[in-house]
Write a protein that binds this ligand. Sequence first.
Ligand code: ATP
Length: 303
Amino acid sequence: MNQIETRGLTRRYGRTEAVHALDLEVPNGSVFALLGPNGAGKTTTLKVLMNLLAPTSGVATVLGVDSRRLGARARTQIGYVSENQQLPRWMTVRQVLDFCRPFYPTWDRELEAALLRQFDLPEDRKLAHLSRGMAMKAALLASLAYRPKLLVLDEPFSGLDPLVRDDFIRGVLEVSAQGEWTVLLASHDIEEVERLADHVAMLEEGRRTLCERTESLQARFRRVEVTLGEVTPALEGLPTTWVEVERAGRVVKFVETRYERDATEGACRTRFVDAAVVAKPMTLREIFLVLARQGRTNKERAA
Ligand code: ATP
């Protein structure tokens, strides 16, 4: 079952189309990363999902409910943490937790205490006096403590130092590992979500350019190095799934975007006699850089 589904979701601000005909399916229990550069439409998408904005056209369903009808009851099952958090800044961390608790029937005091310890938050300090990282942790804590079915995080890591980021990631990973929690997070930096995400979607200028399980993405990309034998043939008519092909002396390097060991090695051997083939896995970050460069090249060609 999907915790979030969008069909043809479009949102305009005047003449600016921030999100265009977006189809997304966020499966139950997944940690789903919505990636894209600044201005790609990530925040707008999340705001529509949270019913802070209405779609211009298309539909979004969140926990089985049309996003436009997402009310107080559904919200007790959703945690939403964004940079423009609306928590009362004059309250201390303790007061915020005391204030939020009664709204959520599923609030877990043990989890609250455990997260307070893990995040090392000063309970008696006012939110207004917390650093940015601490304030984000407080907001996350106030969202995790009621064990929401769905956790929506908008750029949760931007501006956090690596230690705080690690705390934050561990917090999210621990809760998502505890049950069928679904996490949707928006980020412009793949490195931040690499350890978390099991699904990724890429947005560019409001359009979805990729949506895939990270496992399958990592399975189908390989950096391949072919050491040629005596004969050094011309690099023509190569498979279209080979990108960023380059040659230095007797070594040909490329990125295979549809890797299957036998097929890729076979394709190398039929083109290059006596070739030694080495295929290395790539990190998500490397894969995204290749995809971004490909996207740019395709756009330039189309222009
Ligand atoms: P970032 O990573 O910078 O937060 P984003 O991917 O979240 O970017 P959005 O904030 O959704 O992107 O913005 C998408 C597009 O919509 C941008 O072109 C932005 O300028 C525009 N936009 C966003 N909010 C408004 C608004 N309130 N009025 C007009 N245009 C807006």
